[in-house]
Each structure stands twice: as structure tokens, then as C-alpha cells.
Write a protein that binds this ligand. Structure first.
Ligand code: PLP
Length: 285
């Protein structure tokens, strides 16, 4: 079955799905995006993802291209047309197509909308979670507005490639004061004192992950203490456990940081339990 993408009002096979050469997303990375998990054919935490999308659009003064209901219908339709039961749906909105000029295009320029979906290898993900993943650390070099889910991801791309070349799955950015901000495409967490989970406050230096928000609820229900505070790499190395969260990975145990084992070098009970219980707390309709 050929994959189908939604591009500016049309559902097209991928080989015909293309955008204009003067799309501002292409020329300036002038756009925003969301990635939503799909489980049993349903979007996970769609409401929260669309809330965040609307915020990203507002922060960048990109007009809303269509109503929320219409957008939700497109997302559902792309999932359906691609026969995705378990996977991901990707949504991108750019400032649209206009003659190249850094300043905003004329009022009335329509934002460009692209939606794709793909299946995920659920067994592979579970196998990975059972083993845990390695991360490396890299200096933070992103702009301060990482709270906006923008398609401008060059530092993230370079960090992820560096991780890959080091045999790791993720790169954690470390700010000038030595604190971990977040991963290139995930939020970063540690577990200390057995039942306390620590993650950086979302007020600065990170994207407010939807998975992160839901993990707070799971943690509270399970009786874990959550501390929103920055942590250093040294603290992470001395922690009982570490893990990362994102719609793409849910809760993924981290077992190595820069080649050093975290805890006993195996996925810990807290991360494993949070992963197991996560979908009991996410919104799936
Ligand atoms: N931080 C960054 C930089 C990300 O790119 C992502 C997801 O893509 C996250 C955190 C996790 O966000 P979410 O849980 O909403 O997927």
C-alpha cells in the first residue's frame, strides 16, 4: 500500500506529495509541527497536542490554517488512509508560499499544511525499552525559544547525528551552568532516592512535552514524588535511574550517559512502571 500524505487540501501518494520551492518552511524553517502517537488507530493526547500547536502558531504569528475540528479530521483521515494502527502522525504548518523575503509575507498568505503518518515497530520499541538506551551529552546551542515546537531543528539534527555516531540513541543538551536541558527530541529525567523523579521546569530551556505532562499524572497516581528542578550530568550519573520521554518513545529508560552506566546499567523499576502505566493516563478517544 502506498503511503498517503495530506498536502494543502489534497490526499496524495507520497511520490506526488510535494510543496512549492518557495514554501517558507523549506527556505527558512519558518513553521511549526507536532508528532502524535497513534494507538489502535486513535491519536494519543490529541487535545494537548493541538493546544500546543495553537500556542506555537500564536507565538510565531502564523495564522491558524483551519478550524481545530477540520484539522482533527485531517489527522484522523491520514491515519485511516495509511492503515496505521500503531504509529505516529506528523503535522507541519508553515507560514506559506511567498517570494523569498525574510520578513513576513503579505497578509492573507495561506499557511501550508502537511500531514503524514507511519506505522511504528511496536515490538522493536518494547525490545529497546527492555534493554534501555544510551545518551551522550552535548553543549546547548539552541535559541532560547525552544518552548515553541518549531521546525528549525538544525542543532537537534547535529546532536542526534553525533549521538548516532557514538552508538547512542539521544543527545542531552547541557546548558552553560552544567544543567541538562533536554534531549534533541525528548525530555530528560532522573530518579533519585528510589521514588523521586526529577525533570527540568518547563519555564526555560525545554519544550513542554505532552508525554512529560502525562508522566506527572502517572507519577502522582503511583505515589512518586516529582521535583521540577534542573539537574547536572554528574547528578544523572549518580542517580538510580534515568529516562527520556516523547510521543515517539513514550517513556524510554536511559542506561548509559557518555559511556558510563546509570545505576546498575539496566532499566530501572520506576521508568519501567511509568512506561507500562502511561497509556492508562493519556487521552485516547
Ligand atoms: N523536547 C524536544 C526538543 C522534542 O523535540 C520533543 C518531541 O519531539 C520533546 C521534548 C517531547 O515532547 P512530546 O512529549 O510532546 O513528544
Amino acid at each position: 500500500m502506498s503511503r498517503i500524505a495530506y498536502v494543502n487540501g489534497r490526499y496524495l501518494p507520497h511520490r506526488h506529495a510535494s510543496v512549492h520551492v518557495e514554501d517558507r518552511g523549506y527556505q527558512f524553517a519558518d513553521g511549526v509541527y507536532e508528532v502524535c502517537e497513534v494507538l489502535n488507530g486513535h491519536l494519543v493526547d490529541e487535545r494537548r497536542h493541538l493546544d500546543r500547536l495553537e500556542r506555537s502558531l500564536r507565538e510565531l504569528f502564523i495564522p491558524t490554517p483551519m478550524s481545530r475540528i477540520a484539522l482533527a479530521n485531517v489527522l484522523a483521515e491520514v491515519v485511516r488512509r495509511n492503515g496505521v494502527r500503531d504509529g505516529l502522525v506528523y503535522l507541519q504548518i508553515t507560514r506559506g508560499v511567498a517570494r523569498r523575503d525574510h520578513a513576513f509575507p503579505p497578509a492573507g498568505t495561506k499557511p501550508a499544511v502537511v500531514v503524514t503518518a507511519r506505522r511504528s515497530d511496536r515490538k522493536g520499541q518494547e525490545a529497546l525499552a527492555a534493554k534501555g538506551v544510551a545518551v551522550i551529552t552535548v553543549p546547548e546551542n539552541r535559541w532560547p525559544r525552544v518552548d515553541i515546537k518549531s521546525t528549525s531543528l538544525l542543532p537537534n539534527v547535529l546532536a542526534k547525528q553525533q549521538a548516532k555516531e557514538a552508538g547512542a540513541r539521544e543527545a542531552w543538551f547541557v546548558d552553560g551552568a552544567g544543567f541538562v536541558t533536554e534531549g534533541a527530541s525528548t525530555n530528560a529525567w532522573i530518579v533519585t532516592g528510589g521514588k523521586t523523579i526529577v525533570t527540568r521546569p518547563a519555564e526555560s530551556g525545554i519544550l513542554r512535552g505532552i508525554t512529560r505532562t502525562v508522566v506527572f499524572e502517572v507519577a502522582a497516581a503511583l505515589g512518586y514524588t516529582v521535583e521540577e528542578r534542573p539537574f547536572t550530568v554528574a547528578e544523572a550519573l549518580a542517580a538510580d535511574e534515568a529516562f527520556i520521554t516523547a510521543a515517539t518513545t513514550v517513556v524510554m529508560p536511559v542506561v548509559r550517559i557518555d559511556g558510563h552506566a546509570v545505576g546498575d546499567g539496566k532499566p530501572g523499576p520506576v521508568a519501567t512502571t511509568l512506561r507500562l502505566k502511561f497509556h492508562d493516563f493519556s487521552e485516547i478517544f
